[in-house]
Design a protein around this ligand. Structure first.
Ligand SMILES: Cc1ncc(COP(=O)(O)O)c(C=O)c1O
Length: 187
């Protein structure tokens, strides 16, 4: 097998059978962790960036892509932006794992770690404040906004859901990890 792009390292049809895991029923784990950059968020990253490209908003070597991420989407976007020629700024917080932050930087991303806690005791509002500041000061900056971008749902409706439907004649239950709930909504 010879590949021409790291983006070919996304495995749509890889399931691991756990025999009789739930009573007499088999359970299947959809193994997204073998995808390049190590998570399902590589599909989200490609979906969000290509959605901007289809609208003619993103221009390689000009557009600065900005996103808030706890790690996996940031790492995936760092690679996608490096391949496609976009500058990328990831706004994250101290909970992001150091290896992931280092990985983003190795792909050429600028990583901003916000330190100030918001009124709920977390960091999300602080991340949004920082993004607003970047958008006001950088004219070529575009915020992907995985939290409310319909492209986040669409990519999983078109890909993840179909990948499951193609593999199984009948699906009784689906359990989905939820952050933005894009994967969950799409499936
Ligand atoms: C490994 C992994 N699985 C699942 C999710 C949840 O994805 P979503 O944001 O679509 O709910 C995330 C979110 O970052 C993730 O990193």
């Amino acid at each position: 097998m010879i590949i021409d792009s790291p983006l070919e390292l996304i495995f749509p049809d890889l399931f691991y059978r756990l025999p009789a895991f739930a009573g007499c029923h088999d359970v299947f784990l959809k193994l997204e962790g073998f995808n390049v950059t190590g998570s399902i968020k590589i599909k989200t990253a490609v979906g969000l960036v290509e959605n901007l490209e289809r609208q003619g908003i993103a221009k390689p070597n000009k557009t600065v892509i900005v996103e808030s991420s706890s790690g996996n989407l940031g790492l995936a976007l760092s690679m996608v932006c490096a391949i496609k020629g976009y500058e990328f700024i990831c706004v994250t917080d101290p909970n992001a794992n150091r290896a992931t932050v280092k990985g983003m930087e190795l792909y050429g991303a600028r990583v901003i770690v916000v330190k100030e806690r918001d009124s709920a005791g977390g960091f999300l509002e602080s991340r949004f404040k920082t993004i607003n500041h970047i958008l006001r000061s950088e004219p070529n900056a575009v915020w992907l906004n995985q939290y409310s971008n319909i492209a986040n749902i669409k990519v999983h409706a078109e890909q993840t859901a179909n990948e499951i439907a193609c593999e199984f004649d009948q699906v009784d239950w689906v359990f989905v990890g939820a952050g933005t709930t894009g994967t969950l909504a799409g499936v």
